[in-house]
Unconditional design. Structure first.
Length: 394
């Protein structure tokens, strides 16, 4: 803004000074000769000069700010009338015949090309008519018009160059300002994207810990508790349960390692999804709870994200059934029968819940499925059990 203001100030001020200077020199050269001796004529020319300069500075400043054409044309009409009268009453003495040249500069500053040429033609015509009016001499007219026309063309070209340079500079300054604002917004967006990426990564790690390691620790804890209950009555069974808990501990470590590589494109080192869910079901079975796994359709290769989402959902649903449902039977169904989607259902015959609380586990399931543009369905019947169903593209 400051640079634009300075540029505009310099151009306007230079034009105003040139305008006043041309009028002053014209009047000085006219009054320094003895050609104009009438006091009345001198006063008339002085009044016309004051009107010409005032309108040329203040009137021009006003019309330069307006967007409409009529006030601009009216300004030039008034200036041509006053300037023509000055030339007529001054009878071409000194430089009075050049007094219309500042108007030429004004046409380049506030009019488009077509109107500028038209008004400049009117300027040349006004000059010619004024000279002819006081001289009635073709030689005098012919001697002055080419010089005036050459000066008119010179001023028009160089003023237009100055105007174009100013507009280009203002445009560059505006572009620089816009670019600075865009860079600032881009920096803010980059910061927001970074914060969002960090948040998503934190949530992903939190889901992995909760769904993977959390499930394993819950199962290990239940195995150890069951072993402590039957330790005195059936030591062999207790030892079996403790060995199973130790086995689950080793598998939990493997699961932590797998979580690091679960989203890789080349997942050949990771066991296939049905086998992992089948092993998950086997590890969850107890004497008091039967866990059944059913596979429908032919397994196929799916994206690592979809694979991990299904497996973690099975883990979380089975884990919730173990901790909260008091179920004696859990059914796990993995369905590949549809070509464009895969369905997982985990249903128990437990006590259900009076109200579904969206804890971190259920929220994690919903987030994972939503990222794949899948669907989540949770059905709860108090006293009759709980169902978790997801459908993901695959």
């Amino acid at each position: 803004m400051n640079k634009n203001s300075v540029s505009s100030f310099n151009l306007n001020t230079g034009t105003d000074l040139a305008f006043a200077l041309v009028v002053f020199i014209s009047f000085f050269t006219a009054f320094s000769t003895s050609s104009i001796s009438s006091i009345f004529l001198i006063m008339v020319i002085i009044c016309l000069g004051i009107a010409y300069v005032s309108n040329g500075i203040y009137g021009f400043s006003y019309v330069r700010k307006t967007k409409t054409l009529v006030p601009k044309l009216l300004y030039f009409f008034i200036q041509l009338i006053i300037g023509g009268l000055i030339i007529y009453y001054g009878k071409g003495v000194g430089f009075t015949t050049l007094i219309l040249l500042p108007v030429v500069a004004h046409t380049a500053m506030i009019l488009d090309q077509e109107w500028s040429l038209l008004v400049n033609a009117a300027v040349l015509l006004t000059h010619s008519v004024s000279v002819w009016s006081f001289s009635h001499s073709v030689p005098i007219l012919w001697a002055g018009v080419p010089i005036f026309f050459a000066a008119q063309v010179f001023i028009l070209i160089f003023t237009q160059m100055a105007v174009n340079e100013q507009k280009a500079r203002e445009k560059l300054e505006k572009l620089a300002s816009d670019l600075s604002e865009a860079n600032q917004r881009l920096s803010e967006y980059a910061k927001q994207v970074h914060e969002l990426a960090v948040t998503q990564e934190r949530n992903r790690f939190a889901r992995e810990i909760h769904d993977g390691l959390g499930h394993s620790l819950t199962t290990i804890n239940m195995q150890i508790n069951a072993a402590s209950v039957v330790a005195r009555k059936d030591p062999e069974k207790a030892i079996y349960m403790l060995e199973n808990a130790q086995k689950l501990t080793a598998e939990a470590l493997i699961d932590v390692r797998n979580s690091v590589y679960a989203l890789r494109k080349d997942a050949e080192e990771i066991e296939d999804l049905p086998s992992r869910i089948h092993r998950l079901v086997d590890n969850t079975k107890t004497t008091a709870r039967d866990v059944i796994f059913t596979l429908i359709g032919a397994p196929r290769i799916i994206s690592p994200q979809a694979d991990l989402t299904i497996y973690r959902t099975a883990q979380e649903a089975i884990n919730n059934a173990q901790k909260h449902s008091s179920a004696t039977k859990i059914e796990v169904l993995l369905d590949y029968s549809k070509d464009d989607s895969i369905t997982l259902k985990v249903k128990d015959n437990g006590v259900g819940a009076e109200k579904i609380h969206n804890g971190f586990g259920l929220i994690g399931i919903q987030e994972r499925v939503r990222l794949l543009n899948g669907n989540v369905e949770i059905l709860n019947e108090p006293g009759k059990g709980f169902l978790v169903k997801i459908v993901v593209p695959g």
